[in-house]
Design a protein around this ligand. Structure first.
Ligand code: PLP
Length: 393
């Protein structure tokens, strides 16, 4: 008998992947320009020139040095460079010891969850949430608890959160800028969240951890501030990834911040190392550890995303769609024109509009539009959105 849970996960592909596969088939049939594929969060801007320069420079190093194992937690010098950059940018006091290099945010989150929870514990997430959280939390034997958003602006509904917080709550995951809503939680929400978690940790006699999932930290518009969560709450772990900021999703590189001020630092830090060991996420890709250090404060040119966002919000609003105004990431969350978002997405497919229904994000009735696409895809898709709207009039 094999693992039923893994069989279940592997035998049905995610809705996003199914839509993407449908798109590939349609592109072959009618040409790529005629398919408006908004399904995947694959960065559409190139990695900055500094990445290519760093790789070429690194290739000059002796192969036996370049491709060798690093320590499990990553190269000490790389971790120091990253810690110093965080200290400069966020007024922190991290050292190399507080940074654990990983294979992207997926690995970072898996490690943190595995390190913190025991079977029967609960992990709270805020809808709409990245669907993989459910797999990772359940694989660690914990239960996922979902807080529904305040529907007027998709920020945190603190009453709903308080109802779910309890003695079994081990961690709360915050993803800001958010996939799929594009919302950035403002400092007042983070302050209120920190106060509440502090109060509840005291009440239950054990820390409730805050896990910050931050692959989109640098992708924000109009000068929006993204609070750095370790500045607000003592028991915070940060999961960072270069997948989106440097447009390197295929290279699997990121890190976890384990601040020295954690209440149980002496136990959490080894548990992170242990979880990485159990899961096999040790010694993150070494070439890209070096690239990360050499490009530590670089990002791709995100002006193309901003242009896409503005075109999309304006175009869809003029047609009559209702959208959540995105302040960051490269997703737009739009209300479906019928309660069943899956049925709405099926109708959209008739116009070769590929949208992702929100059900797996824990917030039914909406669709996610990934606007990390060519500008012409947005411009050319507007008549299709118009015809889709007309079906419902
Ligand atoms: N968390 C969120 C919210 C994401 O959107 C993604 C990827 O799209 C991840 C985590 C995983 O990112 P990575 O490619 O760094 O594993």
């Amino acid at each position: 008998m094999i693992s039923e849970a893994c069989y279940e996960l592997g035998s049905k592909s995610s809705v996003i992947r199914e839509i993407f596969a449908f798109g590939l088939k349609r592109k072959e049939e009618i040409g790529a320009d005629n398919v408006y594929d908004f399904s995947l969060g694959n960065p559409s801007i190139p990695a900055p020139a500094s990445v290519r320069k760093a790789i070429l420079e690194l290739l000059e190093r002796p192969a036996e040095e370049l491709h060798a194992y690093s320590p499990a937690s990553g190269d000490g010098k790389v971790r120091k460079v990253i810690a110093e950059s965080l200290n400069r940018r966020f007024g922190e006091s991290f050292t190399a010891e507080h940074i654990f290099m990983t294979c992207g945010a997926a690995a970072s989150l898996n490690i943190c969850i595995k390190a913190l929870v025991n079977p029967g514990d609960e992990v709270i997430v805020f809808a709409p949430f990245f669907p993989e959280y459910r797999c990772w939390v359940e694989a660690a034997g914990a239960k996922l608890q979902v807080v529904q958003p305040r529907l007027s602006d998709f920020r945190i509904d603190f009453h709903a959160l308080e109802e779910l917080l309890g003695p079994k709550t081990k961690a709360v995951i915050v993803n800001s800028p958010n996939n799929p809503s594009g919302v950035v939680y403002p400092p007042e929400d983070i302050r209120r969240l920190a106060d509440l978690l502090k109060e509840k940790s005291g009440e239950y006699g054990a820390p409730i951890y805050l896990i910050a999932d931050e692959p989109y930290r640098e992708i924000v518009y109009d000068g929006t501030e993204v609070p750095y969560l370790t500045r607000y709450y003592r028991d915070t772990l940060v999961c960072y990834s270069y997948s989106k900021s440097l447009s390197l999703p295929g290279e699997r590189i990121g890190y976890i911040v384990i601040p020295g001020r954690l209440t149980e630092y002496g136990r959490v830090s080894p548990a992170i190392a242990g979880a990485a060991r159990v899961l096999g996420f040790v010694c993150a890709p070494v070439l890209f550890q070096q690239v990360a250090a050499m490009c530590v404060e670089d990002t791709g040119d995100i002006s193309a995303y901003k242009k896409n966002r503005d075109l999309l919000v304006k175009g869809l609003s003029e047609i009559g769609y209702s959208c959540i105004a995105p302040q960051g990431a490269f997703y737009l969350f739009m209300k479906a024109l019928e309660p069943d978002a899956c049925a709405f997405c099926e109708r959209a497919k008739k116009y070769d509009l590929l949208l992702v229904p929100s059900d797996d994000f824990g917030c039914p009735g909406y669709v996610r539009i990934a606007y990390c696409v060519a500008e012409k895809t947005i411009v050319n898709s507007m008549p299709a959105f118009q015809r889709l709207m007309e079906e419902y009039r």
